[in-house]
Design a protein around this ligand. Sequence first.
Ligand code: GLP
Length: 244
Amino acid sequence: TIVAEAREGAIGIAHEIAELIRSKQRKGKLAVLGLATGSSPIGVYQELIRLHREEGLSFQNVVTFNLDEYYPMQPDELQSYVYFMHEQLFDHVDIRPENVHIPDGTLPIEQIKEYCRNYEKQIDECGGLDLQLLGIGRTGHIGFNEPGSSSSSPTRLVKLDPLTITDAAKDFIKEEYVPLRALTMGVGTILKARRIILMAWGEGKAKILRETVEGRVSDEVPATFLQLHPRVQVVVDQWAALEL
Ligand code: GLP
């Protein structure tokens, strides 16, 4: 879907998410959402907050699993994805705190394998992700699955690509303050979602978006693995669509 402006795309995505939440509510079921951080989903979260405040959209039946978190990272640091998600969405809606899951950047290294296995298990125990929301990094990463990530990769600790570190520097004042690693759901974890929405706004994403949608499927651009999924929607503004 190509829209004129990001705001229009974000509103459309928020309405699809709201419809999923409401249809699950009618059946007395949980809506299990995989959520993303970065600038791309902010407009989606703003519209979801508006729907909550003005149109009574409830998040009582919503369970969320975030894609990733920097490692190491304390939850109260301004750059943490925990901080981001609370500021951008969770503090403004009626989601139950026990239904929110964000990878824990504070764990000692020896506990990470077990923690990641358990993160996947928790997703499975909720019945799997109904919908995964994704942005895309300029390396072609989804979550923090950098080039070299396989299509079956699980939730794990990864090294960030130098380009990702450069792009993240704006949030950390200086490039040398950006953590070198992150916890991320794997490509395999993402592909298990029943439905995926990838969004990209702005000309800076045009090249990687072309490779993602039209390029050969390869671990050099992990987002190309989305071509293997039966139910992916790619929502872009006219600028991100420039090279399609
Ligand atoms: C980070 C996140 C990704 C996100 C990417 C793009 O690397 N881990 O999930 O897609 O940034 O960020 P933005 O949406 O700000 O362009």
